[in-house]
Design a protein around this ligand. Structure first.
Ligand code: ADP
Length: 425
């Protein structure tokens, strides 16, 4: 097509040149016209490429074909660009909502981008983009870690730069174009759990060590004394009885707690019916024996209200609360045990007029090994685990422990069981 155009121009120039007897001149003019035409076409094409518009430029011949090809390539790259930016937006939206902070750093460890959680966990603001991250997280360990971190490096644990009570776990992973991603996770709860576990082991060891030392002491005495009379031996063995019993109840309480922590309770409908009135009669009888007449125990029991649950567990809740009242009420104190139906379900209450509890301790009473007066608790055979067991059992029976108390006046411990856990006869 283009060759034909050139041949026509050359032929016309030749014929015109032959007529006017100026063939070379006419041929040169013809070629100049031909190149001029191409020059204009190229210019239009370049203008259109530089300032693209939807419409194709006014071109002919090979330039029209070329413009069309450029147009198609451009359309294809635009739709690819749209697809990529849509993907990028979707990726950014999903990383925005991640609970972990994600921060993109350039080769100089300056912030390029970060998600919403980075604002929450590290207080990063828009103005921090372009700042070196090490200037914002000033922990010396972090500065060294950021320099040396590799893909398989163990994560770094630091105290949060915005809250001393929070702990963060930081990882650094490589990203595209020599950039790096810093991933920050809030591990405060894991940290607390491991602290609790450490404290728990320390508490158990401490609680066992004292009675164990006492027993070992008596055993050594027996071993050292050659001429021990039967009477003396009997006295020493009797003295060993109390620390040995303390260790036994501690181990029993620990075992019960570990079973409560791991075991699963069946739903209310599949639980057997507990004859609470009978259960409470035997608990208050035992409490009266422990009290040995030092307290007045009043009982208000609705014989028609029963409970759906695990009897052994409910027994330990009720007996713990009643026995505590006996242990923490002074001689002559009045203890009232109530079991009755309410519109919401059933209510169990132990009310005493004993030593009472200061308000700042009330929330801590169900913590393992928490005791206001350790000496008094131990002297009366307490392990400091009773109310933790109560809390766990009630949680498994969809209930919770409510404690109201006034120092020096007495306390009320209540548990409300929902209607679905209650059976009435
Ligand atoms: P303990 O074996 O020490 O009694 P608990 O878990 O049963 O352990 O109770 C925790 C602490 O709560 C007790 O040490 C005591 O200080 C306090 N407490 C429990 N019941 C009462 C009560 N009825 N009156 C006053 N203080 C109580």
């Amino acid at each position: 097509m283009e060759l034909r155009r050139l041949l026509i121009i050359l032929s016309v120039s030749f014929v015109v040149g032959w007529i006017v007897d100026q063939v070379p001149g006419a041929m040169v003019i013809g070629l100049l016209c031909y190149f001029g035409y191409h020059y204009r076409q190229i210019k239009r094409l370049i203008n259109w490429i530089e300032r693209p518009s939807e419409e194709l430029p006014d071109l002919t011949g090979i330039w029209e074909g070329m413009a069309y090809r450029v147009y198609r390539i451009r359309r294809r790259s635009e739709s690819r660009k749209k697809r990529i930016s849509k993907l990028l937006k979707r990726y950014q939206m999903s990383t925005q909502s991640l609970p972990d902070a994600t921060i993109l750093l350039n080769q100089d460890d300056e912030i390029v981008w970060f998600n919403l959680s980075a604002t929450r966990l590290l207080n990063l603001q828009h103005k921090d983009i372009g700042q070196p991250l090490a200037r914002l997280i000033r922990d010396p360990g972090f500065v060294v870690f950021l320099k040396s971190a590799e893909l398989d490096s163990a994560p770094l644990e630091i105290v949060s730069p915005i809250d001393d009570e929070e702990y963060l776990d930081i990882r650094v992973v490589p990203s595209a174009f020599d950039q790096r991603l810093v991933l920050v996770r809030d591990i405060t709860h894991i940290h607390r759990l491991s602290e609790m576990r450490r404290d728990f082991v320390a508490n158990v060891s401490h609680e066992l060590r004292t009675p164990l030392t006492v027993v070992i002491g008596y055993l050594e005495t027996i071993d050292d004394l050659d001429d021990l009379t039967a009477e003396e031996l009997h006295q020493l063995v009797t003295k060993m009885n109390s620390p040995a019993r303390r260790m036994k109840s501690l181990v029993e309480d620990l075992l019960q707690l570990s079973q409560l922590d791991t075991g699963v309770i069946p739903p209310a409908a599949q639980c057997p019916r507990i004859e609470v009135p009978g259960l409470l009669k035997s608990i208050t009888r035992e409490a009266a024996q422990i009290s040995a007449g030092k307290h007045q125990i009043e009982v208000e029991i609705d014989p028609t209200v029963k409970l759906l649950g695990i009897e052994k567990e409910i027994y330990s809740v009720f007996s713990n609360l009643v026995n505590n009242a006996v242990r923490y009420a002074p001689e002559g104190g009045i203890i009232r045990v109530v079991w009755k139906g309410t519109p919401e379900g059933a209510l169990f209450q132990v009310i005493d007029n004993g030593v009472g509890i200061a308000p700042e301790y009330i929330d801590r009473l169900t913590e393992r090994f928490f005791r206001i007066d350790v000496g008094r608790s131990r002297d009366s055979g307490g392990t400091g685990l009773g109310l933790s067991i109560v809390k766990q059992v009630l949680r498994r029976h969809d209930s919770e422990l409510l404690i109201e108390s006034e120092l020096g006046k007495g306390s009320t411990f209540s548990c409300l069981f929902l209607n679905e856990r209650v059976a009435r006869t």
